[in-house]
Ligand binder design. Structure first.
Ligand code: ADP
Ligand code: MG
Length: 325
């Protein structure tokens, strides 16, 4: 299979007849928007963001998920996606069918059927590298910023925290898990589930929000800095999956276990600050959308993140989250 066959057979169907995609046959796409567009891009590199032997459909899924996660935190809905595919020399391009399947599934299930409107396909002497640029439309009055949280705001997070980080350990065999938990956690690492159904309510109600990808504490630190507030985080309030709760129960040091979950990364959930007046409406929207939303702390006067441990005492924070450089 050559480059043009791959575009025509694997990727053109994902344009879903969107008029401005021209079936992926022109030089560029046309995106018509009634107002602001919110734009994000994230790349995945084999051996850095996914394991080299991860199934290719999970790589396609994850590529959409990490970008949907950013748009969701900004209160936006995806309207168009652009893919850059850097395919390793010597690997049959026909294998990209699995990748395209996962990409299409995630565009349907996480991104509301958002069309793939264009991209580029190239060979590389390096590892498989994929990048997606996702364009979104704000669902609320404006893009939700990291800045905007005020002292007294409720701090909440969607979904569960820690499964992605434990899942990487499970997939690599770094830690020992019961069989059933190992599979569930590895799946959480490979196929994140950002809370796209909540984007509208985040856009309507959150005073500040961000995508949790580098580790909850590091990301709350970004929100605190941008907003000029302190964030108090109650470690015992962290929403955990049954698998993560079982893992935590087996840890000799509960505080250290909670800190690992709060710093592990790969969660792809949204953390947000919400004024107490707005909280009931946001909580009701989350319930209606079937999205788990948990209060994990408060904003206060001050700076930085203060984590409160199981005994009610502050926990020293010495792990700043994942950094590439
Ligand atoms: P050009 O070199 O003129 O940009 P290409 O031959 O690279 O055009 O691409 C042809 C068409 O296919 C363009 O519409 C482009 O957006 C689309 N395309 C190429 N690769 C991909 C891809 N991996 N995913 C989605 N669309 C793609
Ligand atoms: Mg090109």
């Amino acid at each position: 299979m050559g480059e043009f066959d791959a575009i025509a057979t694997l990727f053109a169907p994902l344009s879903r007849g969107a008029p401005g995609a021209f079936g992926l046959t022109d030089d560029a796409a046309l995106l018509t928007a009634p107002g602001d567009l919110i734009v994000t891009a994230d790349a995945l590199v084999a051996g850095v963001h996914f394991l080299p032997d991860d199934p290719l459909d999970s790589v396609g899924w994850k590529l959409v998920a990490v970008n949907v996660s950013d748009l969701t935190a900004k209160g936006a809905a995806p309207v168009g996606a652009v893919l850059t595919l850097c395919w390793p020399h010597g690997r049959p391009l026909a294998d990209a069918a699995g990748f395209a399947k996962g990409l299409g599934d995630a565009l349907d299930r996480l991104a509301g059927g958002c069309p793939l409107i264009g991209g580029d396909t190239t060979g590389t002497p390096g590892p498989l590298t994929v990048s997606l640029t996702l364009f979104g439309a704000p669902l609320g009055p404006a893009m939700v910023r990291r800045a905007g949280a005020a002292p007294g705001d409720v701090v909440a997070v969607t979904g569960v925290i820690g499964d992605g980080g434990l899942g990487l350990a499970a997939a690599r065999g770094d830690d020992v898990f019961p069989d059933i938990d190992r599979a569930v956690l590895a799946e959480a690492y490979r196929r994140p589930q950002p809370p796209g159904f909540l984007a509208g309510a985040i856009g309507a109600h959150a005073s500040a929000a961000l995508d949790v990808s580098d580790g909850l504490i590091a990301d709350l630190g970004h929100l605190a800095r941008a907003s000029g507030v302190a964030v108090w985080l109650d470690l015992e309030a962290l929403p955990l999956s049954p698998a993560a709760a079982r893992w935590l129960a087996g840890q000799p040091d509960r505080t250290a276990g909670l800190m690992r979950l709060a710093t592990a990364g790969d969660d792809y959930q949204t953390a947000m600050a919400v004024s107490p007046a707005r909280w009931p409406a946001l909580a009701a929207a989350a319930e209606a959308a079937g999205v788990r939303l948990t209060v994990i702390g408060r904003c206060a006067d001050g700076t930085g993140v203060e984590a409160i441990g199981p005994d009610g005492a502050p926990v020293a924070i010495d792990v700043g989250g994942w950094r590439h450089f």
